[in-house]
Design a protein around this ligand. Structure first.
Ligand code: SF4
Length: 178
């Protein structure tokens, strides 16, 4: 039959995939974090890069302090209102596609600092992809959040940016910066 004649036998060592999946897979294993560490959670973030947990096993060890070279914002620690314009500006300077991990109770909810001067959750101002609970979270939890984010990136059809269809996704939820 004609349909069988068009089938090509591939050797066992040849794999085929769709380009979209390949791009998403590459992106998930080449995350470059932008650390925004303001308090004690930052110490756990630093420990995540040490030999015990070794974040480089997941392709995410290239910490950069220039937002133009990063695609993963990790907010570790409490953020006060005076810092929020800086955080928003760095987030908006990062190129798409980009992702955000909120590390610890303070970054995610304000933690024990239930006061007007502390941001009661950074997701009120910038989008967050993964939350890491704890005070402080252990490095293993941050590793798990990176694994979860990688799974999300591979499922999101990154090449065409369909996950960013929501027009508000990359915009400041509330503009503090001038
Ligand atoms: S969550 Fe706990 S460890 Fe992390 S910044 Fe807040 S008080 Fe410090």
């Amino acid at each position: 039959m004609a349909i069988n004649e068009s089938i090509i036998e591939l050797p066992d060592n040849v794999r085929i995939t769709v380009l979209d999946k390949l791009v998403s897979w590459c992106r998930s294993y080449s995350l470059w974090p932008m650390p925004f560490a303001t308090a004690c959670c930052g110490i756990e973030l630093m420990a995540t890069g040490a030999s015990r947990t070794d974040i480089s096993r997941f392709g995410a060890e290239v910490f950069r302090f220039s937002p133009r070279q990063c695609d993963l914002m990790i907010v570790a620690g409490r953020v006060v209102m005076k810092m929020m314009p800086v955080l928003q500006r760095i987030w908006q300077q990062m190129y798409e596609p980009k992702w955000c991990i909120s590390m610890g109770a303070c970054a995610s909810t304000g933690g024990v600092f239930d006061t007007y001067s502390v941001v009661q959750g950074i997701d009120r101002f910038i989008p967050v992809d993964v939350y890491v609970p704890g005070c402080p979270p252990r490095p293993e939890q941050l590793i798990q959040s990176i694994i979860d984010l990688q799974t999300k990136i591979r499922a999101e059809d990154t090449m065409f940016g369909r996950e960013f269809d929501a027009p508000t996704r990359q915009q400041a939820k509330r503009a503090l910066q001038r």
